[in-house]
Ligand binder design. Sequence first.
Ligand SMILES: *[C@@H]1O[C@H](CO)[C@@H](O)[C@H](O)[C@H]1NC(C)=O
Ligand SMILES: *[C@@H]1O[C@H](CO)[C@@H](O)[C@H](O)[C@H]1NC(C)=O
Ligand SMILES: *[C@@H]1O[C@H](CO)[C@@H](O)[C@H](O)[C@H]1NC(C)=O
Ligand SMILES: *[C@@H]1O[C@H](CO)[C@@H](O)[C@H](O)[C@H]1NC(C)=O
Ligand SMILES: *[C@@H]1O[C@H](CO)[C@@H](O)[C@H](O)[C@H]1NC(C)=O
Ligand SMILES: *[C@@H]1O[C@H](CO)[C@@H](O)[C@H](O)[C@H]1NC(C)=O
Ligand SMILES: *[C@@H]1O[C@H](CO)[C@@H](O)[C@H](O)[C@H]1NC(C)=O
Ligand SMILES: *[C@@H]1O[C@H](CO)[C@@H](O)[C@H](O)[C@H]1NC(C)=O
Length: 558
Amino acid sequence: MHSHRKPTSLLQAAAAVSGWLISGCSASIENPGLLPTPPMGFNDWARFQCVINETIFTETADAMVSTGLLAAGYNRINIDDCWQEDTRTEQNTLMWNTTIFPNGLPWLASYLKERGFHFGIYEDAGNVTCGGYPGSYGYEAIDAETFASWGIDYLKVDGCNVSPATEAEYHSIYLAWHEAFTNMSDPLIFSQSAPAYFSKWITGSDNLTDWYTTMDYVPYTGELARHSSDIMVYALNETSWDGVTSPWGSVMQNYGYEIKLARYQVPGYFNDPDFLIADHPALSLDEKRSQFALWASFSAPLIISAWIPELPEDVLSYLKNADLIAVDQDKLAQQATLVSRDDTFDVLTKSLDNGDRLVTVLNTGNYTASTNISVSRIGLVEEILGIKVEYTAKDLWTGKNIVFKDELEITDLPMHATAVYRISLSAILADLVKPTGLIWNDASSNCLTAGSDGQIAFDAFSGTDEQVWQIEPLVGTVSPLSDTSLCLTATNHQAILEPCAVVPINLAQQWDYSVSGYLMNRLTKQCVTESTQSSLGTCQDEIDSQVWALPVGVKVNW
Ligand SMILES: *[C@@H]1O[C@H](CO)[C@@H](O)[C@H](O)[C@H]1NC(C)=O
Ligand SMILES: *[C@@H]1O[C@H](CO)[C@@H](O)[C@H](O)[C@H]1NC(C)=O
Ligand SMILES: *[C@@H]1O[C@H](CO)[C@@H](O)[C@H](O)[C@H]1NC(C)=O
Ligand SMILES: *[C@@H]1O[C@H](CO)[C@@H](O)[C@H](O)[C@H]1NC(C)=O
Ligand SMILES: *[C@@H]1O[C@H](CO)[C@@H](O)[C@H](O)[C@H]1NC(C)=O
Ligand SMILES: *[C@@H]1O[C@H](CO)[C@@H](O)[C@H](O)[C@H]1NC(C)=O
Ligand SMILES: *[C@@H]1O[C@H](CO)[C@@H](O)[C@H](O)[C@H]1NC(C)=O
Ligand SMILES: *[C@@H]1O[C@H](CO)[C@@H](O)[C@H](O)[C@H]1NC(C)=O
């Protein structure tokens, strides 16, 4: 991992000395300066699909200025599909539709730039875009130069109509784009759709190997990647939209993909769960606010797809929430990960650049509900030298501080609403933070669970401390919160729980996590495997049984 800042926390310092730092990276994650924090702005797609024109973009830009959205950080205007003519020019360059863009895209670029915006556009990796317009296949370098010459600095490359639709074909095309950008003095920001085409949404297959393999390269080839389904478009009340039946279902579906992929995100590369559908008529205000709070907790792109000139004040107000935008744009760029999941609540946490800890609590249930979250689940210490630590948390919706020990109380959270707290930590307390949360299989969604008699199991989400794991940053030991004196231990083809060794540290109790999702034992070099026969096996190439989502903050080997 490439931290461009000095190791300030114990965790980072530990990573630096323990040789967990990796070698050999390139592109986005080696050049995080191109897009150090996730993009914020507007895209027309989910709101207008192909019914677009110049006025939509100029009026949107004007409204983003007058409503304060630009000042809040939303500084990109991106055009999606259907902006083109049917054919390329005689010089093989692309051409905009002159009926809908009468002044031309270079004019629009200047209009936007004068008002403080960046301008982005859309193309497709195949011969034809999803909407049926000329694709960029074979024209990557020409098109990149053309876009730059129009004043564009951001490109989304979709993945319709790629033939053959193999993982290898996509990889070679996205690499060609990467090479074209690398050749430019001023490369475009590269938003990649390739992983979405290998997600279960498209393939319908339980075999996620190609999805993982595609995710493995996108942090090297570009700055962001769409990993899953399209978010539901405006006002369609379809009984079936990418497998869901409501816009809330669509938000939850993309959220569900996002939470499996935190290991890939670093400053300079961002997982993209798709647009904020801030004026969808079938979303409640709580649901819209939840989408925003969750996306911010992920440090995900905040790209609004709504008719901004008519957004009501309550929507503008949450979109401009400075505390949540600061969380989204935090320099550490951590993606919050699941601490626990039960029938009602998803609890997520991550660290922020100044050492603070974020807690995000989503009520996925259908009723107003309350819960208490222990400080140890958030990765914090309960006491120091026998004295309870008092924590101060800011409610990022109300701005009010609360003070607590032992447990953070969440009271009367409405259905589908999200509570977000930023816990301020002194440098000492920040250094004591331990990555804590679920260890769960990306394919089966089963969780590593501490059983009785030192056994482990792979169980469905239960919300209990037997599924919440604490990873010791210095040594890489893995312990269940239900009994932190036990450590995950490699034996002959089985991972079991044994009392943690103190001195010397037992290599059989030390684990390394990799961006491929493997949890590998340092002694046996075997990987944790979800199987009824043996829970440790020879590490194989991105097979479903060996790919795990771990708490953010665990050192990721690239
Ligand atoms: C642009 O598109 C919008 C939305 O489809 C429509 O309401 C508007 O009349 C169009 N404007 C022009 C100038 O065509
Ligand atoms: C260009 O836009 C006009 C107006 O919407 C539309 O009638 C025409 O079909 C578009 N051209 C192409 C090639 O899509
Ligand atoms: C583009 O079209 C050509 C000619 O039909 C075909 O050989 C090629 O496979 C297509 N490429 C992609 C990426 O779809
Ligand atoms: C990038 O530049 C290299 C060296 O000039 C050239 O060989 C290569 O074809 C270029 N690639 C693209 C995609 O333009
Ligand atoms: C899963 O997909 C990969 C890549 O397409 C393939 O190599 C592998 O054989 C598949 N595994 C199973 C069990 O079908
Ligand atoms: C979809 O549902 C919403 C709210 O139930 C309603 O306001 C809207 O008109 C519906 N849209 C369509 C296209 O039916
Ligand atoms: C909430 O209601 C929806 C639709 O009525 C239902 O499908 C879902 O299972 C319910 N969720 C819970 C957690 O009760
Ligand atoms: C949370 O803790 C408080 C204080 O101990 C208690 O009154 C309350 O009932 C608890 N709430 C839940 C949902 O357990």
